[in-house]
Design a protein around this ligand. Structure first.
Ligand code: DGL
Length: 272
C-alpha cells in the first residue's frame, strides 16, 4: 500500500524549512506542504495559551490540504503545545524527543547544552527527557531569544559580526561548562550552524532537530505503509501568513528550488 497525500509541516516562520530540507533529503518522493506563520513570528516569547491557539490553527490549515501526517517543525510548539496533537486525525511528529535521543547518543562527557527559545527552555522539555535517561547528565540551557529575529532578517553569515557577538553571549555558559553536545532546540538555529561552529569549534557536536525528526517521519510512514509510491515527481507547496523576502530566500537556499519554481501563497490562518 502507499499514500500519495502530502506531508504537512509547520513552524512560526522559516525555521521549519530546516526540517523540511531533511525530510526532502531522506524522502525525495514525498509531496510537502509547508506553512510558515511569518505574520506572527516569534512564538517563543508568547504565553502557552497563545502558542497552543496558533498551533491548532496551523494544524487545521494543514489538514485543509488533506495531509497524511503533520510535523510540528518548531521546538516551541513541540515543547509546549504537543497536546494539540491529541485531536488530530493524522499522525503527528514533533522535534524534541528525536533530538534528545540523538544528543544522548552523541555525548561522551554527559554535558549537553540546549539553545532554544525562552518558551522551550521554560517548559524544561528537553532537560526532563535527557535526565530521564541520563540522570547524572549536566544540562546547560540558554534562551536565544534574539537569534530568531536575526534569522528571520537573514543576518546569518558564518562571519556576520552581529550574529557572532549575539551567539557568544548565549553560548558563554556552554563553553564555561565544557559541553560536548549542543541541541539546536529551535528549528531556526541550524541556519546559524556555521557561526556557531566558528565559536565552539569542531569538538562540540551540533544536533540539528531536522535530521533526527526526518528519520522518525520515515519510520512512521513505513510503519503504516503510507510512503509515497514515487509514481509522480514530488511537489512542494509553500504557504506563509506574510510574504517576506527572507522566507523566499530561505526556501531557495535550503530546498534548492529554482527561482521560477518558488510560489509562496499568503494565507490568513485566523480566517480558516
Ligand atoms: N522555530 C521555532 C522553534 O523551533 C520558533 C521560533 C519562534 O517563533 O520563536 O522554536
Amino acid at each position: 500500500m502507499s499514500d500519495n497525500r502530502a506531508i504537512g509541516i509547520f513552524d512560526s516562520g522559516l525555521g521549519g524549512l530546516t526540517v523540511a530540507r531533511e525530510i526532502k533529503r531522506l524522502l525525495p518522493n514525498e509531496n510537502l506542504v509547508y506553512f510558515g506563520d511569518t505574520g506572527r513570528v516569534p512564538y517563543g516569547t508568547r504565553s502557552h495559551d497563545t502558542i497552543k491557539k496558533y498551533a491548532l490553527q496551523d494544524e487545521q490549515f494543514l489538514l485543509s490540504h488533506d495531509v497524511k501526517l503533520i510535523v510540528a517543525a518548531c521546538g516551541t510548539v513541540s515543547s509546549v503545545a504537543y497536546d494539540t496533537a491529541k485531536v488530530l486525525p493524522v499522525p503527528f511528529v514533533e522535534v524534541v524527543s528525536p533530538s534528545v535521543k540523538a544528543a544522548i547518543r552523541a555525548t561522551k562527557n554527559g554535558k549537553i547544552g540546549i539553545l532554544a527559545t525562552s518558551a522551550t527552555i521554560n517548559s524544561g522539555a528537553h532537560k526532563k527527557q535527557i535526565l530521564d535517561v541520563l540522570p547524572n547528565a549536566t544540562v546547560i540551557e540558554s534562551s536565544g531569544t534574539l537569534l530568531v529575529p536575526l534569522v528571520e532578517e537573514g543576518w546569518t553569515g558564518d562571519n556576520d559580526i552581529i550574529a557572532l557577538e549575539t551567539l557568544k553571549r548565549y553560548l558563554a555558559p556552554m563553553i564555561e561548562q565544557g559541553v560536548d553536545t549542543l541541541i539546536l532546540g529551535c528549528t531556526h538555529f541550524p541556519v546559524l550552524s556555521g557561526a556557531i561552529k566558528n565559536i565552539l569549534g569542531d569538538k562540540v557536536t551540533l544536533i540539528n532537530m531536522g535530521v533526527s525528526t526526518a528519520k522518525v517521519v520515515k519510520d512512521v510512514l513505513e510503519g503504516s505503509d503510507s510512503l509515497n509510491d514515487g509514481s509522480t515527481v514530488a511537489e512542494y507547496k509553500f504557504y506563509a501568513s506574510d510574504k517576506t523576502a527572507a522566507f523566499k530566500q530561505t526556501v531557495r537556499a535550503l530546498l534548492g528550488e529554482r527561482k521560477k519554481d518558488i510560489e509562496i501563497e499568503q494565507v490568513d490562518v485566523e480566517k480558516l
